[in-house]
Design a binder for this molecule. Sequence first.
Ligand code: ADP
Length: 160
Amino acid sequence: MRHALYPGTFDPLTFGHLDLIERGARLFDRLTVGVATNSQKTPLFTADERVAMLARHTASLANVDVVSFGGLVVDYARKNGCGALLRGLRTVTDFENEYQMALTNRALEPDVDTVFVMPSQEYAFLSSSLIKEVIRNGGDASRWLPADVNDAVVARLRTP
Ligand code: ADP
């Protein structure tokens, strides 16, 4: 069985992430979406909140499950039988970071390879941090993320 891990911060979940999850679910027999808990970024949502958002929006995909994990991505992958990591490529800047990370992860765990997938063009510029910046400054980001997630970000960033 081809089992992949899609690790990330997902703070918050966007249509770009969901686009990638749908592609991953078609490419692999099983896809585990892993919410990283030890990111150096200070997240807006707790890991449990991010897991709940992802679980809600992937419920219709039978071969997708959502977990949170700490520590090294490759350790989690190895212990859970994931032979591949799924990551998204949006821009050339992504490529530099992702290339470095993929080679580091493979050096740490030679049996785990990284598979890169490009999102639909309409989501190729989307990032969680940009969305938070738009909402924080009063803009409307509702076309880029699910309505309940948008409401949750607005509530958290605009509540005085
Ligand atoms: P991280 O902090 O690990 O980068 P993110 O939640 O920002 O976590 O992203 C997780 C993964 O999803 C990364 O591989 C990133 O490139 C990818 N990703 C994020 N947004 C998009 C998007 N709009 N299109 C395609 N891939 C994306």
